[in-house]
Write a protein that binds this ligand. Sequence first.
Ligand SMILES: [Zn+2]
Length: 249
Amino acid sequence: MAEEKICSQCQGTGWVLKEIRGRATAQRCSCYQEQKVQILLEQAKIPRRYENCTFKNFEIHNQSHRHALKISKQFVKNYPIQDVGLLYLGPCGVGKTHLAVAVIQELIHKKRVPCYFYDFRELIRDIQSTYTPDSSLTETEVLAPIFQKEVLVLDELGAKRTSAWVEETIFFIINNRYNNKKLTIFTSNYLDREEEEEDRRDSYYKKGDDSLVDRIGIRLRSRLYEMCKIVEMWGDDYRRKVKQASYRF
Ligand SMILES: [Zn+2]
């Protein structure tokens, strides 16, 4: 086993003595703050492929990206004074998840805020699995961090069709966070529009696709509007483009 490095400042206690006005006073060692960031990052469960997403490496390709980045930075700056979360809306590959992750990374690094990341499809799968008798997860294990963490990212909202009872559970979770004044950041690929409404944004989405309301129900959708600032993003699928460009033949 690798030998653990012990901080030379505090010998691993997390405390250092400093002389203040002639009196020895215990203060938190700088390594303690560092450790706290590491612990919060581990607990946030950010998927490995998003681990390196920051504001710095977010690429701006159009006005919607510039606007989304600005709002995201503002969110971090204002935290915890603001009372609404964020809902990033837009087609695949425009950087919604990148920004959502960048926000929680910054909150952890700069403000030591306990955050949590959950993919919507995984959440549903995990909730459903707790109802099978041989499940390794209990409902409390799945839901406790969702209720408790100060900031939750729920990625790809609506990406999986849900049954009525799952819709009910999701509404309960989100509503509970809302009532407890905990902020939630959502991303969704589903265009949010009223019936029969068509506009320029349609060209970015597949024709005949469901809208957000079709996927999450009208009650949750109207709750989202009360608890989030909508951040719309558009553009090509940059992930695909960049990937293709990196294949050299
Ligand atoms: Zn130390």
